[in-house]
Design a protein around this ligand. Structure first.
Ligand SMILES: *Cc1c(COP(=O)(O)O)cnc(C)c1O
Length: 466
């Protein structure tokens, strides 16, 4: 049968699962929210989860596990050494990501600590496609200095370049010329760059980077936290990949690198866990010696056997094309609702959330009045939706001068947990953001009254400016 114009018909996506168990949500009154956010020092990280209606603080560890993953918990082999679940996890990492060695860690930053301590010496430079908070801190604690080599477009929330996670090879060349390759142990490449708004890197760019750095002996360590989401964007946007599936693209990305850190709390659909994966035996030996100091034996790395089992199953589920289609489809659905109301968001719409441009949303505020922090608090006050700041508070201070970093991006992140909320929740969120946007001229800035030394965004406290 011949069918014409099939392409022009609307193609809806739907969740490739049905709901078996529900968790009831708590509604709050405006007066309750006023009290809660004041007590939390206007920092959404300090709110009690019970006071939150729709929780978009993070997509980290907040995913809904499948019935198979829950069943996997019951198969936990809680032996101290050589748990069967470890071998299941090791098999999944080898088969799906192609690395030779794997060391489980309690979460992503555990793996970042191990790789930083194994490869970085004082005075080293570690280039990366935009910083990530915990990654950069571990590099600095090991004596290294992070250098941003992401393309300039990534710092422009209005640029619609399809691969804003790409690395500017000229910036890498300039670093090699300035410091010498011996000072650069590895380049840290993130897939779907979190701080840029969930923006992907292309395979063309990663291949070119490999070609540039291999002759110098500079390694590539992947921050593969959201590698499957990145693969989806490659399939959608990069020439030659439309007919490949997510699993094939993920394997190709990993094959261009020497190792990877994974926060399994994101892509791998578990509530806790992570790993360090490596191809080089001597680095593996070094890291598996360190893991016993910081995490636990190299066959559990701070995790229970059952956690490793859930992770192994989650890895398989995360690589299904249907899963990723619905995952990104939901994020895009929310983003398009906001664009229709002219709310300024980072474009193209990223993989794991919507990033509101607080500088354009609140033009009356200067960056040291913490516009994104203030906006996240307002959104909570309006509807009980919890988001998070990704701007000047998250950027912290320069480790040498002690001065505030002023990032070009001042964003509020609406992060969508995987398989947790429905399209109707997305509608409620969009309506709340639109209401706050209509009343934006009344929003005031904040003063920081308590500032922790490390990763201040987690625990800083604020008061409202008058
Ligand atoms: C979450 C995250 C990490 C750190 O992982 P944790 O599991 O939170 O310790 C590292 N890199 C990126 C890009 C992340 O999003």
């Amino acid at each position: 049968m011949e069918r014409k114009n099939v392409k022009t018909r609307k193609q809806s996506w739907a969740e490739p699962y049905k709901i078996k168990m529900v968790e009831l949500l708590k509604m709050t009154t405006p007066a309750q929210r006023q009290k809660a956010i004041r007590e939390a020092g206007y920092n959404t990280f300090l709110l009690k989860s019970e006071d939150v209606y729709i929780d978009l603080l993070t997509d980290s560890g907040t995913s809904a596990m499948s019935d198979r993953q829950w069943a996997g918990l019951m198969l936990g082999d809680e032996a101290y050494a050589g748990s069967r679940n470890f071998y299941h996890l090791e098999d999944a990492v080898k088969r799906r990501y192609g690395y030779k060695y794997v060391i489980p860690t309690h979460q992503g930053r555990g793996a970042e600590n191990l790789i930083s301590k194994s490869l970085i010496k004082p005075g080293h430079i570690i280039p990366g496609n935009m910083y990530f908070t915990t990654t950069r801190l571990h590099q600095e604690l090991a004596g290294g200095t992070f250098a941003d080599v992401i393309i300039d477009d990534a710092h422009d929330p209005e640029s619609d370049f399809p691969f804003k996670g790409n690395i500017d090879l000229n910036k890498v060349k300039a670093l090699i010329a300035k410091h010498g390759a011996a000072k650069i142990p590895y380049i840290c490449v993130a897939t779907t760059v979190n701080m840029a708004g969930g923006q992907p890197i292309s395979l063309t760019n990663l291949k070119a980077l490999r070609k540039l750095t291999l002759p110098y002996g500079i390694k590539i360590i992947l921050d593969m936290t959201r590698v499957a989401e990145n693969a989806w964007f490659i399939k959608e946007r990069e020439k030659g990949y439309a007919n490949k599936n997510i699993a094939e693209i993920v394997l190709e990305i990993c094959s261009l690198t020497d190792g990877a850190t994974m926060s399994a709390k994101k892509d791998c659909l578990v509530n806790i866990g992570g790993f360090l994966a490596l191809n080089d035996e001597s680095i593996y030996q070094e890291a598996s010696n360190l893991v016993v100091v910081y995490e636990g034996l190299h066959t559990y790395g701070g995790l229970a056997g059952r956690d490793m089992e859930a992770m192994a199953i989650g890895i398989e589920e995360s690589l299904q094309d249907e899963h990723m289609k619905a995952r990104i489809g939901q994020v895009v659905y929310l983003g398009e609702q906001l664009l229709r109301c002219d709310v300024p968001i980072v474009q193209p719409i990223g993989g794991h959330g919507i990033f509101i441009d607080a500088l354009r949303f609140l033009p009356q505020l200067k960056q040291d009045q913490f516009p994104a922090q203030a906006l996240a608090a307002e959104l909570y006050l309006d509807s009980g939706v919890r988001s998070m700041e990704r701007g000047i508070v998250s950027a912290g201070r320069d480790s040498k001068t002690g001065k505030n970093n002023y990032p070009a991006l001042e964003l509020v992140r609406l992060t969508i947990p995987r398989r947790v909320y429905t399209q109707a929740h997305m509608d409620v969120i969009a309506e709340s953001v639109e209401r706050v946007y209509r009343n934006r001229s009344k929003i005031k800035g904040l003063n920081m009254v308590f500032e922790p030394k490390y990763l201040r965004f987690f625990q800083a406290r604020f008061t409202k400016s008058v």
